[in-house]
Design a protein around this ligand. Structure first.
Ligand code: HEM
Ligand SMILES: Nc1nc2c(c(=O)[nH]1)N[C@H]1C(S)=C(S)[C@@H](COP(=O)(O)O)O[C@H]1N2
Ligand SMILES: [Mo]
Length: 507
């Protein structure tokens, strides 16, 4: 019996499993915020290939918002649960950053120690042998212990697939859902089948990964349990019932502790959601800073997405202002936008100018095709035309000293406020670098016609390197500000304040 061979894994498999579960439970939070999956970019009603809700989508555009589609999930199953998509996204980011770090250490050690030979097959015989093992398992039998030297062929194939195919593909499809990546590397996203292709593939990979963990952990207990637990916990040695019992207790206690810890994290998050946002978003910002903040969108130079890609259906988040919300906007809408004003303001020096939609159209015109992604999961591709935000602000003269952000405000009110307090105008702030991007515009046309009322007419901001919550529909005001901490709840936007999203909307 080869029971003395050292078969402790090169480095912690337990952090790998743990962060994978973290990734999955925080992922469930995100999926519950729009419990539908599509293959096509436009996410039209009734074209989902999978959905986890009984709600049917209306065919009509602009009457149903994605916020209405969010589902509440138990904090035990998801991290943190109860319609906290913002926190779910931060936890996902934090978990997968640890998961990737763990993977890098693991793979490095695998090659540095030569232990890769035990995992990566070096002979074609592995397929025949794996087939024999599979048949054994399927007949509810167990391959002889001599097959595990240290790993059985089926096991080797499984490990190789998970480590070198599934994990990288999860990373690829994960980052492909970032607007910053999409606008810088449009070909990659197209190759994956667009935003929805990436999202659906990400989901399928997650199911395979989670399935692997469940089957793998179960087999530890079902197939040569005593041998396995002793090798996992003590790294080898004699196989005796006493040592096996001791090892088993350690394994089970570890698994229980991990599960308790992750449920506790949900409740810790829910106990003080603002604190959880500060803590988790600060961590994920490190990843954005390193990988996403310097990626500038290709803008009109993007020749991969063309007018042929324009979506036939466009989802909505946020419904147009009602008479009570904004009499000015409703009156102007009924009057061909006559009398509608857009205020351009320097809030540091209390200077402002008022523009009409016609004034706007006299400024330099820019046009490009881009895909909108709401961080809840849906997407839609349009041709957007308008004025670069830097050009709009130029009407006030040079950027005032001390101006560090642009605040965009809407005639419409936020759909939901933190702690359900009375609704305030929807707003979002962006930093100067983001504002200077070629695809940060105040748009007044979509697909060559006026912007539809429900999509933000007559003018809305587009900030293509960021998710939808950083774009503001029904613009009333654009203003230079020194610090977003002085506005709203101080997090830099309505969705940061009310849904605890990150200030940086690049993933
Ligand atoms: C570098 C690694 C990863 C990145 C950058 C990443 C990124 C993302 C992003 C941006 C979303 C949001 C999708 C949406 O808009 O709905 C997401 C969703 C999700 N992720 Fe990841 N992820 C990574 C790894 C993982 C891993 C390791 C797992 C679990 C095994 C996982 C499980 C999920 C699940 C279950 C969802 C929700 C379902 C869906 O919308 O597809 N992710 N991920
Ligand atoms: N005024 C206002 N602007 C808004 C919102 C809103 O609720 N009100 N929702 C934001 C979010 S979360 C998204 S995804 C996009 C949706 O844009 P669409 O309805 O044009 O598709 O608008 C953004 N701008
Ligand atoms: Mo959104």
């Amino acid at each position: 019996m080869p029971s003395t061979t050292k078969s402790r894994r090169p480095t912690g498999w337990s952090p790998a499993g743990y962060t994978t579960i973290r990734g999955t439970t925080s992922g469930i939070e995100m999926l519950s915020s729009l419990p539908r999956l599509w293959w096509r970019n436009e996410c039209a009603p009734k074209t989902e290939w999978l959905k986890f809700t009984r709600r049917e989508l209306p065919d009509e555009e602009g009457v149903y918002t994605s916020l209405m589609d969010e589902k509440s999930v138990s904090p035990i199953l998801s991290l943190p649960g109860r319609e906290n998509i913002g926190l779910g996204r931060h936890w996902h980011g934090l978990s997968v950053m640890l998961w990737v770090l763990n993977g890098i250490v693991y793979v490095t050690l695998l090659f540095a120690t030569g232990l890769w030979r035990r995992i990566i097959p070096t002979s074609w015989d592995v397929f025949g042998e794996a087939w024999e093992s599979l048949k054994t398992y399927l007949s509810l039998d167990v391959p002889d212990i001599s097959h595990f030297q240290p790993y059985d062929s089926l096991q080797m194939l499984g490990y190789t697939f998970v480590i070198f195919v599934l994990a990288p593909f999860l990373m690829l499809t994960g980052v492909a859902m970032s607007p910053a990546i999409r606008n810088r590397f449009p070909r990659l996203i197209k190759l994956l089948g667009g935003h929805q292709g990436a999202r659906s593939l990400h989901f399928i990979c997650m199911v395979l990964f989670a399935g692997f963990i469940v089957v793998h952990v179960s087999l530890v207990f079902l197939v040569h349990r005593e041998h396995n637990v002793i090798h996992m916990v003590f790294g080898g040695g004699e196989v005796t019932s006493a040592r096996a019992a001791q090892a088993l207790v350690i394994v089970v206690v570890t698994i229980v502790a991990v599960v308790v810890f992750w449920i506790a994290l949900s409740y810790w998050s829910l106990a003080d959601r603002a604190r959880a946002q500060r803590f988790t978003a600060a961590f994920t910002e490190i990843g954005r800073k390193i990988f996403l903040n310097r990626l500038r969108p290709l803008g009109a130079a993007n020749t991969v997405d063309t007018d042929a890609d324009v979506s036939k259906f466009h989802w909505t988040n946020g419904l147009p202002p009602t008479e009570e919300e904004s009499t000015v906007w409703v009156k102007a809408r009924d009057n061909n936008w006559e009398g509608l004003t857009i205020t351009v303001r320097d809030d540091i020096n209390d200077v402002e100018k008022v523009l009409s939609v016609d004034d706007l159209k006299k400024l330099p015109r820019h046009s490009y095709v881009a895909t909108h992604t709401c961080m809840q999961g849906w997407s839609a591709t349009s041709r957007w035309t308008g004025v670069r935000l830097t050009d709009v602000m130029e009407v006030l003269g040079p950027r005032p000293e001390g101006a560090r952000y642009l605040l965009a405000e809407s005639y419409g009110l936020a759909q939901k406020m933190y702690d359900n307090r009375p609704r305030e105008p929807f707003y979002a702030c962006i930093d100067l670098d983001t504002m200077a991007e070629a695809t940060s515009i105040l748009a007044y046309e979509r697909n060559g016609h006026e912007i539809e009322d429900y999509l933000g007419g007559p003018a809305r901001t587009r900030v293509e390197s960021n998710h939808g919550y950083k774009h503001v529909k029904w613009i009333s005001r654009l203003m230079w500000i020194h610090d977003f901490a002085d506005y709203g709840d101080g997090r830099g936007g309505t969705h940061e304040d009310s849904a605890l999203q990150a200030f940086n909307g690049r993933i």
